[in-house]
Design a protein around this ligand. Structure first.
Ligand SMILES: Nc1ncnc2c1ncn2[C@@H]1O[C@H](COP(=O)(O)OP(=O)(O)OP(=O)(O)O)[C@@H](O)[C@H]1O
Length: 327
């Protein structure tokens, strides 16, 4: 089956400083993929670039195809149609994406009118259906309310309803629950997963939280310093991570049924994009790095059918982790 989205060699530079280095990623219809990595690793920039949402001073190159059609170089009007239509996005701070002086009905109807062939009462009926779908109680009455009359979790539900207005094939959710407390986070993620399955929609879930990604995604791509360093089915990655960075992230993860915390356990920090090391960007923090790791940045190499890793020391690192002696 041909992929829904295929990203190849996606690179981004800001003011001449590269921050994304040839990212390759593809997504099948209905698939949920998680993008994880510390702050600054390029998760958001990957999707902002793919959807033509970076500021003008960004230099973007590579290829992004939606159903085989190139969208990276598409005219602005085509990209406007894609965004909110076939591809929808939700972000961490939903309140800033809603207009405070318009009712929810008005905003939902505007989103619907833009992407669906509906008008008059049919718009209002569909707006109500969407609000119901995302679990806002008393939807008919609440349509007349303004954004400030809803809680943070409800506002994120409304943003999900807005995102669904165009019947998207893909939803990109960038840290959709980071600003919410733990119980509400879990409810919103459950809602997203349920809607995704019912609609057969693909999803990209960008998160710092590996637990969130483990529970909600089929596949995971781990990013470090503007590159994907490991990509694998979620269970394979969590049971047996190969890249030393992925191993560090997973080592920092509390049990799935225990309390979550942010990823802090790997010593050191992500390198400044303007001061990238010559070889593997993770080498300065890596416990198994060899001299050769300083020579060139390793590319993402397939490892069996479903996974890929960018590390020349992956096997050694895995053996060290599992306590297997070198042969
Ligand atoms: N508009 C911009 N202008 C200049 N640099 C930028 C811009 N947006 C992002 N960057 C830089 O690009 C790099 C990748 O940022 P990005 O936001 O994609 O990271 P991230 O992994 O999504 O992190 P976070 O989880 O904190 O959102 C960072 O070094 C960031 O400072």
């Amino acid at each position: 089956m041909s992929p829904l989205v295929s990203i190849e060699g996606l690179s981004v530079a800001f003011n001449g400083v590269p921050v994304l280095h040839g990212v390759d990623l593809s997504l099948r219809k209905g698939e949920a993929i998680g993008l994880v990595g510390e702050s600054g690793s390029g998760k958001s920039v990957t999707w902002l670039a793919a959807l033509g949402l970076l500021p003008r001073h960004a230099r973007v190159s590579g290829s992004v195809r939606l159903d085989g059609r190139e969208i990276l170089s598409a005219p602005a009007a085509t990209l406007d149609q894609v965004r909110g239509g076939r591809v929808a996005m939700i972000f961490q701070d939903p309140a800033s994406a809603l207009n405070p002086v318009l009712t929810i009905r008005k905003q939902l109807c505007e989103a619907l009118a833009l992407h669906r062939d509906l008008s008059g009462d049919a718009l209002k009926v569909e707006a109500r259906r969407l609000l119901d779908l995302v679990g806002i109680p008393d939807a008919a009455r609440r349509l007349s309310a303004y954004p400030h009359e809803f809680s943070g979790g409800q506002v994120q539900r409304i943003m999900i309803a807005m995102a669904l207005a165009g019947n998207p094939d893909l939803l990109v959710a960038d840290e959709p629950t980071t600003a919410l407390d733990a119980t509400i986070q879990a409810q919103i993620l459950d809602l997203l997963s349920q809607i995704r399955r019912e609609m057969g929609m693909a999803m990209v879930l960008i998160s710092h939280d590996l637990g969130v990604v483990a529970e909600n995604c089929d596949r995971v791509a781990v990013m470090y310093a503007g590159r994907i360093v490991e990509e694998a089915p979620a269970t394979a990655l969590f049971d047996d991570p190969w890249h030393p960075y992925a191993q560090g992230l997973i080592g920092a993860l509390p049990p799935l049924d225990g309390p979550r915390r942010r990823l802090t356990a790997i010593p050191g920090t992500v390198p400044d994009p303007s001061k990238m090391p010559a070889g593997c960007a993770f080498a300065p923090r890596c416990t198994v790095a060899s001299e050769q790791c300083g020579v060139g940045a390793p590319s993402l190499a397939p490892l069996g059918d479903a996974r890929a890793v960018a590390c020349i020391r992956a096997e050694a690192s895995r053996r060290a982790l599992l306590g297997i002696a070198a042969e």
